[in-house]
Design a binder for this molecule. Structure first.
Ligand SMILES: *Cc1c(COP(=O)(O)O)cnc(C)c1O
Length: 227
């Protein structure tokens, strides 16, 4: 399993490199986050030992289980919904939360981060594709958030995150392009740097890279059929 996983990791990295080449980007500007929600802590550890530093989980409880079972060298990302009552316990385990979807959550993170004496890096999730079932801020909700951010000194918003509709990668392109334009617009409007764009999963990460993704969140392409 370990060897197969290493091969998969190399393949995914190769596809990332190709997408970077097509879009004249340096491969170092795209971070691969291995999404371990489908696999055990042992398999996640194997992926990490194959040379992948960044791992992501979508459920806080799962992160609580896996993080202590893996080496401290893992950089953990929370990519799924976070309830406010789980903030305090989750913060010490994660390097970045991708999925901030409400002002109340942002405020809860600000309070907990202050109590824990740290500055918490986060991304704001945006429901660009306007699907009802999706979490995230609407495009219209973003501009006024700028004022709030200056009142939350223990939260550092580093950029935006989105998920495209799961039909086909070329349809995802317009969603990703729109997130990039929003990021550019909010950088100016809020007057703060927003370097990160977390977008792209197994089915659409190459398109996401062509549209400017700085983080791709990939699970199935790493694990499907081998674990
Ligand atoms: C599961 C998940 C992923 C990874 O999806 P794959 O299609 O398996 O690569 C990425 N982002 C989020 C938010 C997820 O929940």
């Amino acid at each position: 399993m370990h060897a197969a996983l290493k091969t998969r990791l190399d393949e995914v990295r190769g596809r990332i490199a190709e997408a970077c080449r097509r879009s004249s980007r340096e491969q170092s500007t795209v971070r691969l986050i291995g999404v371990t929600k489908y696999v055990t802590a042992e398999v996640a550890a194997s992926l990490h030992l194959s040379g992948l530093a960044d791992l992501g989980e979508s459920r806080p409880q799962e992160l609580w289980q896996k993080a202590p079972a893996l080496p401290d060298s893992v950089r953990w990302h929370l990519i799924g919904q976070l309830q406010r009552n789980k903030v305090e316990r989750t913060l010490p385990l994660v390097n970045l939360i991708h999925s901030i979807d409400s002002l109340r959550l942002l405020e809860a993170i600000g309070t907990a981060a202050k109590a824990q004496n740290r500055i918490m890096p986060v991304l704001l999730e945006v429901n660009v594709s306007r699907e009802e079932a999706k979490h995230g801020f609407t495009v219209e909700e973003l501009p006024p958030l700028g004022q709030m951010l200056s009142r939350l000194p223990n939260v550092e918003v580093q950029g935006l995150m989105t998920m495209a509709a799961l039909d086909n990668p070329e349809n995802a392109r317009s969603t990703f392009a729109e997130l990039r334009k929003l990021r550019d617009a909010m950088t100016t409007q809020w007057g703060r740097p927003l370097p990160e764009l977390s977008m792209g999963m197994t089915n659409d990460f190459e398109v996401a890279i062509e549209e400017g993704a700085t983080m791709v969140r990939i699970g199935s392409a790493l694990f499907e059929g081998i674990v």
